[in-house]
Design a protein around this ligand. Structure first.
Ligand SMILES: [Mg+2]
Length: 270
């Protein structure tokens, strides 16, 4: 049975955990202070590849959460660092995605290319065109390795549900009959890249998220402890019937911090 007191590294999902839309959720700043006081290492991990780590730092800053850029792991950062394990700098990469993703790929020394690319990286792109889909399709048909930043088919706005990265991937899958390697949650690559950054062992690591089919399933596949908070997508009812139930469920961040602090205090008096 997993224990909160054994967790030395925490991978924190952001949307539905630290904030909802542009509004901070209760306990966000307190969670970061708690982790720092306890010497527990953490990384903020998101499937969203359309903002750079700097832009996430700015967004969090407005909510009273002050972290540095190197603590933000977007699926764009994870994809670029994963690509660096497959191919040397100078390799040609075709990118279907926004500026934030392009800049992560360039930072690793890859060359942005068209049909002659050896890799096609596809993320969420709100400026998608037929031309971009066509070039990526031709490159994949010519043999380029096909990588997707994240599988999320949709993106929930306050009132509407709009196409996400997974919808663009679906167009490329239809046009090429090739299934991409997916980096984002629930695939383990983003969590493995995060643990590499922290120098973390799976048995001492947990993921904290609001969504069963990404955060909790991803944590399960990566062999780490899973913690669900009920401030986002998934409910306690859904969690009870889920194929990979979370190790811990908390109403919100203050409830998690409270339980965790109590467990650590009990361990210390032993
Ligand atoms: Mg979330």
């Amino acid at each position: 049975m997993a224990k909160l007191a054994d967790i030395r590294n925490l991978l924190i999902d952001m949307d539905g955990v630290l904030y909802r839309g542009k509004t901070g959720l209760p306990g966000g700043p307190e969670l970061i202070s708690f982790l720092e006081e306890q010497g527990i290492k953490y990384l903020l991990v998101t499937n969203n590849s359309t903002l750079t780590p700097e832009q996430f730092v700015e967004r969090l800053d407005k909510m009273g959460i002050h972290v540095s850029e190197d603590l933000i792991m977007t699926s764009g950062v994870a994809t670029a660092s994963y690509l660096a394990t497959l191919a040397p700098p100078g390799t040609k990469v075709n990118v279907v995605g926004e500026e934030a993703l392009v800049s992560e790929i360039k930072k690793r020394g890859f060359i942005i290319a068209g049909r002659d690319a050896e890799y096609v990286v596809c993320g969420w792109d709100k400026t998608i065109t037929f031309e971009k889909l066509k070039i990526a399709t031709l490159a994949i048909r010519d043999g380029a390795t096909f990588i997707g930043t994240n599988p999320d088919k949709t993106y929930p706005l306050e009132k509407d549900i709009i196409p996400g990265a997974g919808s663009i991937l679906a167009a490329l899958i239809a046009a090429t009959d090739v299934q991409p390697i997916i980096v984002g949650k629930p695939e383990p690559i983003i969590l493995e890249q995060s643990m590499r950054v922290l120098g973390a062992k799976p048995e001492e690591t947990a993921i904290l998220g609001d969504r069963l089919e990404t955060d909790i399933l991803g944590g399960h596949r990566a062999g780490i402890t899973t913690i669900l908070v009920l401030t986002g997508i998934s409910s306690a009812e859904e969690a009870a019937h889920y194929e990979a139930p979370p190790d811990f469920i908390f109403e919100d961040l203050p409830a998690l911090i409270d339980a965790w602090a109590k467990e650590l205090a009990t361990e210390r008096t032993r």
